[in-house]
Design a protein around this ligand. Structure first.
Ligand code: C2E
Ligand code: MG
Ligand code: MG
Ligand code: MG
Length: 291
């Protein structure tokens, strides 16, 4: 009898594995058609300066609404797209969408914003990615200074020597480079110093801990000081409340991103949001400066 029970347990395990594998295969198949069917879209999450309260730019985040499978988070489908190489096509599409949004913002007078695009390691390691970026910038008429590419820390560390060289090509193009999810990998100071990066984004897990435990707070203040020592702009991710924002302002973090500023929203809403915020910030500045 024990044997039978053991067998059933094994079969259940086997079934659930098979279900997971089948789901991945189904999703991967659906993803193949998603781009052509217009199921993918890009949303934008604004980023705010703590010193001036101005919106400095926005991060492009990919969304997939599948008629068959519903809303699928990027954490579920980006790895699939990386496995089958589709991330190259999808990534270029996101880049183009983000640059088109940036052009529209600029046409409406929002000229000093940066649009940030997440980049997969597969894109970075492909030979001609700098060429792809240059072409998209050319096609859309967006200046390189208005674009920032984000790479996760773990990706940079896993391919240390190769990436350092690759990144140089982007800096020569004039685009900014951010290291994303910082604190989750194992970057050494010496290594960070060698990378031609401009921005460091502190991972949201540290920000979540900021006001509850001393470790979260001290990691954050240490990272801010270190980044400033290296001449980098520091952005805190996942800022959800005023207490976190105030702590970060007190410790001279440069910018914040998170639900406290805004959820990720579509390109038109983002433009309206930024427009309203800049007007408000301008009025506040005017009020302070008035006699
Ligand atoms: P990420 O680049 O670190 O993006 C930040 C994530 O935090 C986003 O999740 C965003 O929606 C979420 N977030 C923003 N504010 C808050 C907050 O206040 N609290 C909390 N708890 N979360 C917040 P999302 O959109 O689900 O994206 C997850 C990850 O998927 C991204 O992390 C990025 O690594 C990847 N990703 C998204 N779009 C793309 C893309 O176009 N290309 C590539 N290669 N990766 C992408
Ligand atoms: Mg990012
Ligand atoms: Mg991040
Ligand atoms: Mg992340």
């Amino acid at each position: 009898q024990a044997k039978a029970a053991g067998r059933r347990t094994w079969m259940r395990y086997d079934d659930s594995m098979e279900t997971a594998i089948r789901r991945r295969a189904t999703l991967a198949g659906a993803l193949h058609k998603a781009l052509d069917r217009g199921e993918l879209r890009v949303v934008y999450q604004p980023r705010q300066s703590l010193a001036s309260s101005r919106i400095t730019g926005a991060e492009a985040l990919l969304r997939w609404s599948s008629p068959e499978h519903g809303e699928i988070p990027p954490a579920d489908f980006i790895p699939l797209a990386e496995e089958n190489g589709m991330i190259l096509e999808i990534g270029e599409w996101v880049l183009r969408e983000a640059c088109l949004a940036q052009r529209r913002w600029r046409e409406h007078g929002l000229s000093d914003l940066t649009v940030s695009v997440n980049m997969s390691v597969l894109q970075l390691l492909r030979g001609d990615f700098a060429e792809v970026v240059r072409r998209v910038l050319d096609d859309t008429g967006v200046p390189p200074q208005a674009l920032e590419l984000e790479l996760t820390e773990s990706v940079l560390m896993a391919n240390a020597t190769q990436t350092a060289q690759k990144l140089q090509a982007f800096r020569e193009l004039g685009v900014s480079l951010a290291i994303d999810d910082f604190g989750t990998g194992y970057s050494s100071l010496a290594y960070l110093k060698r990378l031609p990066i401009t921005t460091l984004k502190i991972d949201q897990t540290f920000i979540a801990d900021l006001c509850h435990d001393r470790e979260g707070a001290s990691i954050t203040t240490t990272v801010i000081a270190m980044a400033h020592g290296l001449g980098l702009v520091v952005v805190a991710e996942g800022v959800e409340n005023e207490a976190q924002a105030r702590f970060l302002a007190q410790h001279r973090c440069d910018e914040i991103q998170g639900y406290w500023v805004s959820q990720p929203i579509d390109a038109m809403s983002c433009m309206a949001f930024i427009h309203n915020r800049q007007l408000a910030a301008g009025q506040r500045a005017g009020a302070v400066g008035a006699p």
